[in-house]
Design a protein around this ligand. Structure first.
Ligand SMILES: [Zn+2]
Ligand SMILES: [Zn+2]
Length: 271
């Protein structure tokens, strides 16, 4: 480092300022080189198949921080959705994405139109999922974990109960999220920020339920029932409670995005 030209102890000279100019020019050039590359890095393109009841169409799905576009020669299916026009995003798996729109489907008594895409190449990687989660205006549902950091405060092996049987995995409670990861049935894995949880319950010692905002056709939103294989520490319930139900009674607990409330100065009142 001591041999660096800018570190030498010579008095300022023309030569030094010329070097500084060259350095500044080089930095500027680097900035111009990297900024557009970062913008490009935020655009993800995939060759996809749009699933129809009869004949699927194919095209390109383009995910950017502003819109999700589907470009296809099957003109009537071409779309460009700003995130606010998407009622729900579902990352079914790393190769399947479902977009629930606000478009009425006349033949289906006005039921919202759902676009189901299957990637023909590539995968919905954790960074793409993180972008989708950050931009969704309605809680998304994802079985692919986005990029995230931190260590869980509580972790417990569970069985996710289905109508018949179930799948097994690990339930993890983090300061900003709850995840369920199943190797058994990866498409049942989920990642919920606290704002993505509608309701939760710990009705009996070995049960834990999470009511989501995830659509379930013909009924209320989807509930995940977990059978706990071990005791969940008693304070885990309160830990989740103050995060799912942010309130002025708990001024010190910060809820997570997207529904953020400013902390207040109200005193702590026992419930
Ligand atoms: Zn189509
Ligand atoms: Zn399951």
């Amino acid at each position: 480092m001591s041999n660096h030209p800018l570190r030498t102890m010579r008095p300022p000279s023309y030569g030094r300022s010329a070097r500084l100019c060259r350095l500044a020019a080089a930095l500027l050039a680097m900035a111009f080189y990297f900024v557009p590359r970062l913008a490009v890095a935020q655009t993800h393109e995939f060759q996809v198949e749009h699933q129809h009841t009869l004949r699927d169409c194919r095209g390109t799905l383009i995910i950017t921080p502003d819109t999700i576009d589907y470009r296809t020669t099957h003109k009537k299916d071409s779309r460009s959705w700003p995130y606010v026009e998407i009622r729900q995003l579902k990352v079914e798996s790393s190769t399947r994405l479902e977009i629930v729109t606000y478009e009425d489907q006349k033949r289906m008594l006005g039921r919202d139109k759902i676009f189901k895409f299957r990637l023909l190449q590539g995968q919905l990687r954790p960074d793409v999922v993180a972008l989708l989660m950050a931009k969704s205006t309605h809680p998304p549902a994802t079985s692919v974990m986005p990029v995230a950091s931190g260590t869980p405060a509580f972790q417990i092996p569970v069985k996710h109960l289905h109508t018949l049987g179930g799948c097994e995995g690990l339930l993890s409670i983090y300061p900003d999220r709850v995840t369920y990861e199943s190797k058994d049935k990866p498409t049942d894995s989920r990642y919920w920020r606290y704002a993505d949880i509608h309701n939760f319950g710990h009705p009996t010692r070995y049960r834990f339920e999470i009511t989501t905002f995830e659509d379930k056709y013909g009924g209320p939103t989807k509930v995940f029932n977990f059978q706990l294989k071990e005791d969940l520490p008693a304070r885990a319930h309160d830990y989740v409670w103050v995060r799912v139900y942010p309130s002025e009674f708990y001024p010190n607990e910060r809820p997570t995005s997207p529904t953020d409330f400013p902390p207040t100065d109200l005193p702590l009142v026992p419930r």
